[in-house]
Design a protein around this ligand. Sequence first.
Ligand code: ADP
Ligand code: MG
Length: 231
Amino acid sequence: MSQATKIFSQVIKEGRKALLEPEAKAICTDYGIPVTKFKVASNEKEAATFADEIGYPIVLKIVSQDIIHKSEAGGVLINLKNGSEVGAGYLKIIENAKRYKPEAKIAGVLVQEMAPQSTEVIVGAIKDPQFGQTVMFGLGGIFVELLKDVNFRIAPLTSEDAKEMITDLKAYPLLNGFRNSPPADIGALAAILCSTSRLVMEHPEIKELDLNPVMAYQKGAKTVDARIILE
Ligand code: ADP
Ligand code: MG
């Protein structure tokens, strides 16, 4: 059984609909979608040990089935530079989560590699009642929320479809070396779209998927947040 199948059946067995970020990222890894290195810590000492292994700077995030929007809950701390910042950060995140939602069930704190800043893109998928699994691509922030500059394609995608979804965006020049910014690795982004298509086709129980954001680099790309919701 694949790692992805195992995780999905465990989540269903526990009666959950939303996967935790580490679960969603493990599934991404199974499908060849690049994600930040991570480990789940259950105390401050463990968090610091994992941070030493992963390397600094570090990002910490709350892992809770009851907290979907982590930053809203004070559940994301970025740019922690050493073990003592990570230890203190661990306690801060737990405290914030408890204040935000006292009844929240906390599974631990995710210790992860901090991805260098770059152009942020969004990869999504939704199961459309009429068309079935559909993949989405757009640029992060205002481009999706305000300008609605996103492209959808019904899965399965060919690599041609995936490339078009990127190059057809109005904001495409921003990915293609606008002014002083270096061009993004379109091939790497298209590969993530194709892998996402394969994932949702092979797992029709996925209702929604959100890789938001994915950092687009000159060479490669990296998913820093992943959400998967089941039917
Ligand atoms: P939320 O549940 O609030 O969407 P995210 O995991 O997306 O939480 O974190 C919020 C923001 O923090 C992201 O949009 C990104 O800008 C930044 N961020 C999160 N994780 C990382 C990381 N590993 N490396 C760099 N930036 C990160
Ligand atoms: Mg996010």
